[in-house]
Ligand binder design. Structure first.
Ligand SMILES: *Cc1c(COP(=O)(O)O)cnc(C)c1O
Length: 225
């Protein structure tokens, strides 16, 4: 299958999932995860109309950024070490994987030094899987309150990952829990914190995620197979 036809298939499934949940298809944005492919495929998916690209590792992002620049909207979706923050702030549209106050502070510091405000999402580990990064729901209120005081970051929503292969019911339970958490945080009206985005859903579960309110789905394998 060509990348362009995979894009069409995924976008149709996204649309159907949104409509089946009474949502507007344009509320959901496809982020093509290009971490396993090269610049050529990334350019192909962009040409097929997917203008948001996601990378999970800083070096792999930088390699593509060197060739493609700011033309795609870049998303950093993987675990981020504080010592790598300096390489990406101001270059990526959105960092999905902020899970500690310390990391948010480092991002804010770098952003302020560049005179920019970096958009971020806070990542939560809803499933409780030990291998997954993410803050726990119990610490959400304190964490968001602290992050809201940082001038160099703007919190735009939440991100999570469901475990692989747990099935629709469990996926939806996890995604619904992230949505409920975002509604709770929204109710706190923290300054500089908006809950406009829910980044959830990958190749195996993006339809479940859209039915539970995802606004950003991160799809790799299904686009580049
Ligand atoms: C790799 C990755 C994805 C995409 O996963 P696929 O199953 O290939 O669609 C989404 N989110 C994160 C954080 C990833 O690392």
């Amino acid at each position: 299958m060509s990348i362009a036809s995979n894009v069409e298939i995924i976008q149709n499934k996204m649309k159907e999932a949104a409509l089946s949940a009474g949502r507007k298809p344009q509320e959901v944005t496809l982020v093509a995860v290009t971490k396993t492919v090269g610049v050529k495929e990334a350019q192909e998916v962009y040409a097929a109309g997917v203008h948001n690209l996601g990378e999970n590792r800083v070096q792999v992002f930088l390699d593509k950024y060197a060739e493609m620049g700011d033309v795609p909207r870049w998303h950093l979706i993987g675990h981020l070490q504080t010592n790598k923050v300096k390489y990406i702030v101001g270059k990526v549209e959105l960092i999905h994987s902020v899970d500690t106050l310390h990391l948010a502070e480092e991002i804010s510091k770098k952003a302020l030094s560049l005179g920019v405000c970096q958009k971020i999402l806070m990542q939560f580990n809803i499933s409780g899987e030990e291998s997954k990064s993410g803050a726990t729901a119990d610490e959400a209120k304190r964490l968001l309150e602290a992050v809201s005081s940082l001038k160099g970051v703007s919190v735009q929503g939440l991100m999570t990952m469901a475990p692989i292969g747990v099935g629709t019911d469990e996926n939806r339970r996890i995604f619904a829990a992230l949505r409920a958490l975002s509604e709770k945080i929204d109710g706190e009206k923290f300054a500089g914190v908006s809950m406009q985005h829910l980044s959830m859903g990958m190749s195996g579960d993006f339809e479940d995620a859209i039915k539970e309110g995802a606004t950003l789905v991160r799809v790799g394998t299904a686009l580049f197979k």
